[in-house]
Design a protein around this ligand. Structure first.
Ligand code: FES
Length: 303
């Protein structure tokens, strides 16, 4: 039992030691701000990199390619070194090359995810990226050594890179599981199956006449924040918590039949909550709306 406690304590100590490195900000900020500002100017590019088109962040999906390739390369190298199979050397080198090329592609998507992070997540993400650059350097040097016939050096370099890869993969996991990067901020909301009255915290049940055309209101249903508005005469309701990083959509702006998040500009359609522009990749919960005795009621509707 003590060993489990020690392992947990060591993991937390290491993570916090990385997250507390203030000097990282001085290196990270001059990179993060230009990347963020660039993506902010191009909705289509941002949506492509952040997985809006896929309904899922792209970076965690694509990293399986370099990790899998390099793991396979490690096993093939092991077979070679132990003298069991040397005929697979061309395959081994091809697998290492696939790992390197796909790692560079994954870095582009990861850079976009990282550009929205702050504080500890930003620092851990920067160390994660820095480690990945180092890993790519090891694998690039390994491929060069292999091409020049220095097989032993090549294997040593890729083995060192693989060791670092395990560390970097742990950091990537912590970014999602510990800091929630890429996790939908409505992930734990249960669907509101029954019709329920919409309430304004201070004024009780919301009356239909109190919802004006084009005005975004943050109201609640069973304690859950939702966005209520009237568009072209119809009452519309979707979740108020932006699925990207949790900002309140009612503080955003209405653009046609879409709401633009005030924080990073994701756009959600009022009629069904679908993401029309990233960085969000997960739709807002959508609600059907009815009026009963002058009061507004909602229930969950399929996207
Ligand atoms: S919080 Fe990032 S787009 Fe809404």
């Amino acid at each position: 039992m003590a060993s489990v406690e020690q392992a947990q304590a060591a993991e937390a100590t290491l993570l916090h030691a990385i997250a507390d490195q203030g000097w990282v900000d001085r290196l990270a900020d001059p990179i993060q701000k230009p990347v963020y500002n660039l993506l902010k100017r191009f909705d289509a590019l941002r949506s492509a990199l952040d997985g809006t088109w896929l309904g899922h962040p792209v970076h965690p999906a694509i990293v399986t390619v370099p990790v899998g390739s390099w793991a396979a390369g490690m096993i093939l190298d092991l077979l070679d070194v132990t003298g069991r199979n040397r005929t697979l050397r061309p395959t081994t080198d091809a697998v290492h090359t696939i790992g390197l090329v796909s790692a560079l592609a994954a870095a582009v998507f990861g850079m976009s995810d990282w550009s929205y992070t702050q504080g500890a997540a930003k620092r851990v993400g920067f160390i994660h990226a820095l480690t990945n650059v180092t890993i790519s350097g090891f694998y690039g040097a390994s491929l060069l050594a292999r091409a020049r016939g220095a097989r032993g050096t090549g294997v040593a370099l890729s083995t060192a890179g693989f060791g670092l890869l395990l560390f970097s993969s742990w950091l990537g996991g912590e970014l999602s599981y510990h800091y929630g990067v890429g996790v939908s901020r409505t992930a734990f909301e249960e669907p509101q199956a029954d019709w329920s009255p919409v309430e304004d915290g201070q004024h009780g049940p919301v009356q239909e006449g109190a919802v004006s055309e084009g005005v975004l209101r943050r109201v609640q249903v069973n304690g859950r924040p939702i966005l209520l508005t009237r568009h072209e005469g119809q009452l519309r309701a979707i979740g108020d918590t932006c699925t990207h990083m949790g900002c309140s959509l009612s503080a955003g702006t209405l653009e046609g039949d879409q709401v633009r998040c005030p924080c990073h500009g994701s756009r959600f359609r009022l009629t069904d909550g679908l993401v029309m522009a990233g960085p969000a990749s997960v739709a807002e919960p959508a609600y059907a709306v009815r009026v009963q005795d002058g009061r507004v009621e909602v229930r969950h509707a399929a996207n």
